[in-house]
Design a protein around this ligand. Sequence first.
Ligand code: NDP
Length: 481
Amino acid sequence: MEVLNLINGSHGPAEGGKWLDLIDPSKGSSYGRLPRSGTADVDKAVKAASNVFDEWSSWSAEKRSACIDRLADKIQEYAEMLAEAETRDNGKPIGLASTVDIPRAEKNLRFYASAIKHFASESHYMEGVAINYTLRKPLGVVACISPWNLPLYLFTWKVAPALAAGNCVVAKPSEVTPATAFLLSKWVKEAGFPDGVFNILHGLGAEVGDALVKHPDIAAVSFTGGTATGAHIASVVAPKFKKLSLELGGKNAAIIFGDCDFDEALSTTVRSSFANQGQICLCGSRILVERSIYDKFRDALVEKAARIQVGNPLAPSTKMGAVVSEQHRDKILEHIEIAKQEGGKILCGGFATQPEGEDEFSGGYYIQPTIIEGLGTECRTNQEEIFGPVVTIQPFDSEEGAIENANSTKYGLAASIFTNDLKKAHRVAGNLETGIAWINCWLLRDLRTPFGGVKDSGVGREGGFEALHFFTEPQNVCVKL
Ligand code: NDP
């Protein structure tokens, strides 16, 4: 595969002619290349986008919506091909790519194609004196930067509201997983977007990403990725007074009370721990279990986790594929070593592995699902984001203790609570320092709801009209009666 940039309606390599290797993490080998873009490519893309902004932003919401819908049609039409591309690029099981990543990418586009037609502005009546109404204006050229864990899913989650609201976009998918954004770029013209409205640049975050956020004509930055990168981007963008949305890391707790529906809590926790090889920002990486059921729950969880086999991500039966890169595998393994040094007991997994009897995958990056016991709240293992198939399990004795433990990290993205006592569930949810709390479920998503984290997990919210608010500037108009 040769990935190319999309700038002003045309595909091409990076200006400097440099390339990066495209790696298949299931085999650890290169299967293509992508442009290593830089400042010159950013300049070209931002200029093209600026030139067409007046035209695009003057289109009716219906007309912009139709373009986004046509792009969604393409995702629907080529869903199978996109799922395979996502799996090859990322290492995730094809079952996940074809039932979650790709359908959700289509849904994101359809949702904002529809939402923009229902996006009403507010008005405030001052009795007998004046009427205020709020205009919502697009911002201009915006940067959308997305990570590798849910590549097309999170890419579309940003570009859809940005485009729907009338902005022109320069998007940068992760260099580690650029394939599906590239495939999408092939249909942009056919969907009816004027040239320059939607540009996609590939390359390294520290190069093209950095040049993009620093560009003086970029009005806003919507970023999803690691907390350290988010802090760096904030330090660049804040003095320029650009709008900034940050969706960052997490260290989410799953709180399991003794009065829960045991089987449901167990199967959901297996999923929330290991789905996508644990590489979802919402994964529950700290499992807190009420002492009355601790031993039973731990043993059942370990039994289920130990039975998960890593396999060829493209095989339909595979539930656990490869982690995204060699570097990321090594980082996860390093965290497992730290856990051992901290006195953690590895209950299952704890090592790199490979699909059984399949030499083709011997160079791939696989880690056996890992559960660690015996660590306190303050240790690095329970404080730092690992972002892999590694969880810790701890007992708790009281509701207050569970809440205190859940809130004890610098992160505040999500948590899940399992109990049949609804009053307790609401009470605990309200006391958690997170942007999202799930009761008796995990990853149940309604696209209308606000999505994002508190503390070091981010600033601002995506989802529903929140994203349309972010991608527009309100102007109050006051009319004296
Ligand atoms: P990174 O922060 O490394 O990268 C995210 C994106 O930013 C990539 O496209 C990256 O490019 C780019 N980037 C890196 N450095 C810069 C820079 N200096 N300027 C501009 N862009 C830059 O995160 P990962 O890709 O490793 O993603 C994993 C992280 O994302 C985890 O911490 C996870 O928790 C978080 N995440 C948060 C979510 C949320 O909604 N809160 C959802 C999903 C993930 P490149 O890859 O080329 O370096």
